[in-house]
Every structure is written in C-alpha cells, then in structure tokens.
Design a protein around this ligand. Structure first.
Ligand code: NAP
Ligand code: ZN
Length: 354
C-alpha cells in the first residue's frame, strides 16, 4: 500500500480539499506511477458536483494523467521503471466481451472501470483518480508517451480531450476535402480543431464567445462562426460533411443540423447534465441527416492518437495551476474562461497538504 496525497470532494456542494488514502499494492499485472501532471476536464466538475447523478464520496477526479513509472509487477512487459506514461479515462474493463476483444473497452458490455467514481472489477472498490501524486493501473490501460519531455504537461489533456475528439473524427473518416464543424472552443473543442486540421479537413469553429475567434484561427480553423448570429449560421446552410459538438451545456441542436449537407452527421461528445431540447424531425428527414454520440476511445486507438499527436507536434494549449487552485479553476471553467485546458502541476499536491 502507498500513502497517496490527493484532493477530493467530500460532497456535491463542498469545495475540493486535501485528502489522503492508500493505493493498492501493485499486483503482477500492475504499473505503479508517480503522477507529474493531470488535466482538468469538464467531466471532473460534472462528477464532483453530482451533475450526472449522485457521485460516490470522497471523490478524487482526474483522468488526464501523465507520470513516471516507479514499479512494475512481475507480469508487466510493456513498461519499465522510469518510463513516461499516460492514463486516461479507464483503468480496467471486463476483458471478455466483444467490445473489449475489439479494443473498444469504453463500450464494455459489462461496464468499463472509469479512472474515478467507478468500481474496480474484482474488489468493487470506488476508484480514485488523478488529482493525486500516485496511481496503480493494470498494464493494459497504461499508454506509452513519446512526446518530448518538455511538453509533458501539455500532453496530459490528450488522454481525454484528445482521444474524445480523435475517435469520432476517425470513425466518421474526416479528411481532406471535408468541411468539418467543431462546436465549442473549450478543452475538447480546441483539440478537435487541431486534430481535424491535422487530418486535412477544412475546419469551421462555432463559438458563443466572439473573443475566441483569433485563437480558433491560430489553432487551425479556417473560419469562425458566432453561433448566436443567425445570419452567420445561415451562410453555411447545407454545407457540412460532419459536425462535432463538444458543448457542455444543454442547447438547441436544430440550427447546427440545418448546416449539414445530405447524409451529414452531427456527433455529440459534450455531455450536459440536462438533455438538449428534442431536435425537430424535419431538420433530419429533409436531408437524411444523422445525430450520433461517441465516448472517449479504446486503448489501441488512444495509443494511435498519442502517436499521431507526437508525429504532428500536437499538444494541448494549457494553463498550469497548483493543486490548491482547483476550485477557482472550476469556477473559471463555468464562465468559459479556460484557454484551453487547466493542467495541475502535481508536484504541488504535497505542499497543499501542509
Ligand atoms: P469546457 O472546456 O468547459 O468547454 C466547453 C465549451 O462549450 C465552452 O468552452 C464553450 O465554448 C461551450 N459552451 C459552454 N456553455 C455553453 C452554452 N451554454 N451554450 C453554448 N456553448 C457553450 O469543457 P470540456 O472539458 O471541453 O468538455 C465538454 C463536454 O464534453 C463536457 O460536457 C464533458 O463532460 C464532455 N466530455 C465528454 C466525453 C465523451 O467521452 N463523450 C469526454 C470528455 C468530456 P465557446 O465559448 O466556444 O462557446
Ligand atoms: Zn475528460
């Protein structure tokens, strides 16, 4: 057992605060990791505030983890002590259903084990995530990081924001010649812009924040549309092959559906706590349009995404924070004041305990 320093929410209405607990002793299949950096995802906030249903408390969020291997179990072959590794949104799954066999563990028929607020496969203990200085993870759910060491803080958000946008962009075969919309320039959205541009698409960013336009163009968008401006929206009617919607709040989907060309798809990855208003059927049937959803990505695809990003020099645009600044970071996230991902410097967690 290893004493672990963390930050936890003790209830849905109290701020995160210092918390210590013991990680399990690594088994033969486990990798023990000292966490260097952990990104701050809007899902952390949704969970800690019980917005997706009651969370299990104490709740230690964090699923964008980059760290250094400190020990390995006897059966571990992919990693050695000292390696730089990543851990994303999952730490285990049943390993015997069809989705697991297909490397789509996020869709495990028996329920994948999330990195936090989830149940371990055997012990059913509640999992505690990356706002902590140490974690023990089944080798199969540990990723190799090949980016330059100076970029490691900015690599952390790839473990959720990166894969959650990469996976649907690949599934819907986005590439050269495609006009692709990304809705929302937050943590996920800014990775969506970078990755869709790297895949060769013509990227249009939809935002409710006109002040983000220059950043969107710098990140790889060719055009920016302020989605509250009906005339700007209308100019793009029937023209998109694919739209990736990353918005964290309930909103009207119809104005975006009207922008899809025939057989176009809008995929929802944003997961607001209250449903979107039901879309009008005519927006779908008149051009055989589809609305779809997508959740993170499987382990093989997450490795593919990390390697793709390393090859294309893609990292996240980040603001590094101390562990003690997490509650302020959540408040800023709710005001859409994130450029474009907070990442916790985990060397500050022990100091926050003093
Ligand atoms: P984020 O950094 O807070 O970004 C969300 C963006 O949505 C904001 O920056 C803002 O962009 C836009 N937005 C916020 N409120 C809005 C509103 N009322 N109307 C229209 N646009 C609004 O959040 P994130 O970390 O990227 O996460 C986004 C969502 O994806 C969250 O719900 C999260 O839980 C979910 N998520 C899903 C998966 C999955 O597997 N499907 C994985 C990770 C996260 P603009 O200022 O540009 O308008
Ligand atoms: Zn996330």
């Amino acid at each position: 057992m290893t004493l672990t320093h963390a930050y936890a929410a003790q209830s849905a209405t109290t701020p995160l605060a210092p918390f210590t607990f013991e990680r399990r002793t690594p088994t033969a299949r486990d990798v023990a990791i000292d966490i260097l950096h952990c990104g701050v995802c809007h899902s952390d906030l949704h969970t800690a505030k019980s917005e997706w249903g009651p969370a299990v408390f104490p709740c230690v969020p964090g699923h964008e983890i980059v760290g250094r291997v400190t020990a390995i179990g006897g059966d571990v072959s992919k990693f050695k002590v000292g390696d730089i590794v990543g851990v994303g949104c999952m730490v285990d799954s049943c390993q015997h259903c069809q989705p697991c066999a297909d490397g789509l563990e996020q869709y495990c028929d028996n329920g994948m084990t999330g990195t936090y607020n989830s149940q371990e496969q055997v012990s059913r203990a509640n999992t505690l995530g990356g706002y902590s200085d140490h974690i023990v993870v089944f080798e199969k759910f540990v990723l190799k990081v090949s980016h330059d060491e100076k970029d490691l803080a900015a690599v952390a958000p790839l473990l959720c924001a990166g894969i959650t946008t990469y996976s649907p962009l690949r599934h819907w075969k986005v590439g050269p010649g495609h006009k692709v919309g990304i809705v929302g320039l937050g943590g996920l959205g800014h990775m969506g812009v970078k990755i869709a541009a790297a895949l060769g698409a013509h990227v249009v960013l939809f935002t409710t924040s006109p002040g983000k336009s220059a950043d969107a163009l710098r990140l790889g968008a060719k055009e920016v549309v302020v989605s509250k401006n009906a005339d700007e929206m209308k100019a793009h009617k029937n023209s998109f092959d694919f739209i990736l919607n990353t918005v964290a709040a309930s909103h009207d989907l119809d104005p975006f559906l009207a922008l899809l060309k025939m057989d176009g798809t809008m995929t929802l990855v944003g997961a607001p706590s209250t449903p979107h208003p039901s879309p009008g059927v005519f927006g779908l049937i008149t051009k055989r349009r589809s609305i779809a959803g997508s959740m993170i990505g499987g382990i093989p695809e997450t490795q593919e995404m990390l390697d793709f990003c390393a090859k294309h020099n893609i990292v996240s645009d980040i603001e590094v924070i101390k562990m003690s600044q997490i509650n302020e970071a959540y408040e800023r996230m709710l005001r859409n004041d994130v450029k474009y991902r907070f990442v916790i410097d985990m060397s500050t967690v022990q100091q926050a305990h003093k």
